[in-house]
Write a new protein. Structure first.
Length: 325
C-alpha cells in the first residue's frame, strides 16, 4: 500500500508539472505576442514583403545571406515630431554560417535623400520614416536591404538596466549638458559597469562642455562596444524572472519590417551565437563645416570598399553553389 508521503509526492509532482506547463504556455504566448507587436507592415520598407508570413520568406533568410538596417531613434519628442536616427548600422547576416558583420555609418554623412536633395543621412528618418531611410541607404551603397530593425533609445536604457548594466572602457572624461533636450552627461575614465542612462550617454557622447569633440568614429566604436557587451548578456539569457520584463521592453520600443516568423527564425538560429563570428567596421569620411553645420564627406574609394565588403558577404552562398555544380 502506498504511504501517505508517497501520495503527497505524486500529487506535488503532478501539480508542479501542470504549473510548469501552464507557465510555459503563458511564456510562449507572451513571446508570440511580442513578435506580433514589434513587426509592422505599414511602412513597407525593404524586401521583406510585410504581411506575408509564408514559407517563401523563411526559406529566403535561411538559404542566403541578407542585409538589414539597424538604427536607434532619439526619444527627444519635444524637439522633433519623429525622433532622429542617431545610430545607424547595416547588419549583414549569414544564417547558414551563423556569421554577422556590422557596418556603422556616420550620422552626418552627406548623401542624396530621394525627393529631398543632399543632406545629412540622419535627416532621412524625420523626413520619411524607415522607408526613406532604407531607400536612401540602398541608393547610396548600391545594395538591397531586406528590411529594418529600429529601437527607441528609451528601450535601450530599460534593457541595459534589466540586464544589470554593460561593462565598457571609458577612455576619457565625458562631461556635457544641454538644457534644451535634458542631456546631462557625467562619466569618469576607466573600465566600469554602466546603468542604462549612463550607457546611453556613453554611446551618444559627441562633445564636452569645454568644446572638445568626440568624432563620429569614436562614437561608432563605443556603440559597437556597448552592443557587444549587452549581446554577451542577452545571448546566454536564461532567467525566466526577467522574461516578461524583456518582452515588455521589446514590445514598447522595437519595430521591424521583418515578419514574426522571420524574427522567430533568427532567434532560433542565433540563440547560441559565438561572438567570434561577429565582424565590425565603420565607414570612414572627412569632416567639414558648411554654413555652420558639420558634415562627413565619404570618399569614393571608401564607398567602394564598403560596397565590395557587402557584395562579398552577400555572394558567399552563391559562390558556394557555383563551386558545387
Amino acid at each position: 500500500m502506498m504511504r501517505k508521503w508517497q501520495q503527497y509526492l505524486i500529487i506535488f509532482i503532478c501539480l508542479f508539472l501542470f504549473t510548469s506547463v501552464l507557465y510555459g504556455v503563458t511564456l510562449f504566448q507572451k513571446y508570440k505576442a511580442t513578435l506580433r507587436a514589434i513587426s509592422i507592415a505599414e511602412e513597407g520598407a525593404g524586401n521583406s514583403n510585410n504581411g506575408n508570413e509564408g514559407n517563401e520568406q523563411i526559406e529566403s533568410i535561411e538559404s542566403k545571406p541578407f542585409a538589414v538596417l539597424l538604427y536607434g531613434v532619439s526619444a527627444r519628442k519635444k524637439l522633433y515630431d519623429r525622433g532622429r536616427s542617431d545610430t545607424m548600422m547595416i547588419a549583414l547576416i549569414d544564417t547558414q554560417q551563423k556569421k554577422v558583420a556590422l557596418i556603422s555609418m556616420p550620422r552626418d554623412s552627406y548623401v542624396d535623400i530621394p525627393g529631398h536633395g543632399m543632406n545629412k543621412i540622419n535627416a532621412a528618418y524625420p523626413k520619411g520614416g524607415s522607408a526613406l531611410m532604407v531607400e536612401t541607404i540602398e541608393n547610396w551603397l548600391d545594395t538591397e536591404l531586406y528590411g529594418f530593425i529600429s529601437i527607441d533609445f528609451e528601450g535601450f536604457i530599460e534593457l541595459v538596466d534589466l540586464m544589470g548594466g554593460v561593462e565598457v572602457e571609458v577612455t576619457r572624461r565625458m562631461e556635457y549638458n544641454d538644457p534644451t533636450d535634458g542631456t546631462n552627461i557625467r562619466l569618469s575614465p576607466g573600465r566600469q559597469v554602466l546603468d542604462g542612462k549612463n550607457a546611453l550617454d556613453f554611446v551618444r557622447f559627441r562633445q564636452s562642455n569645454d568644446g572638445r569633440h568626440s568624432s563620429d568614429y569614436d562614437r561608432m566604436k563605443r556603440q559597437q562596444e556597448a552592443l557587444s557587451s549587452l549581446a554577451g548578456k542577452i545571448t546566454p539569457f536564461r532567467s525566466l524572472t526577467k522574461f516578461n520584463g524583456m518582452m515588455d521592453i521589446l514590445s514598447d520600443n522595437v519595430k521591424t519590417s521583418l515578419t514574426p516568423k522571420e524574427i522567430e527564425t533568427l532567434v532560433r538560429i542565433f540563440s547560441s551565437f559565438d561572438s567570434s563570428n561577429l565582424e565590425t567596421t565603420s565607414i570612414q569620411g572627412e569632416g567639414y563645416y558648411n554654413n555652420g553645420a558639420w558634415y562627413e564627406k565619404i570618399p569614393q574609394d571608401e564607398l567602394e570598399r564598403i560596397k565590395s565588403m557587402i557584395s562579398d558577404f552577400l555572394s558567399t552562398e552563391d559562390e558556394g553553389e557555383d563551386g558545387d555544380s
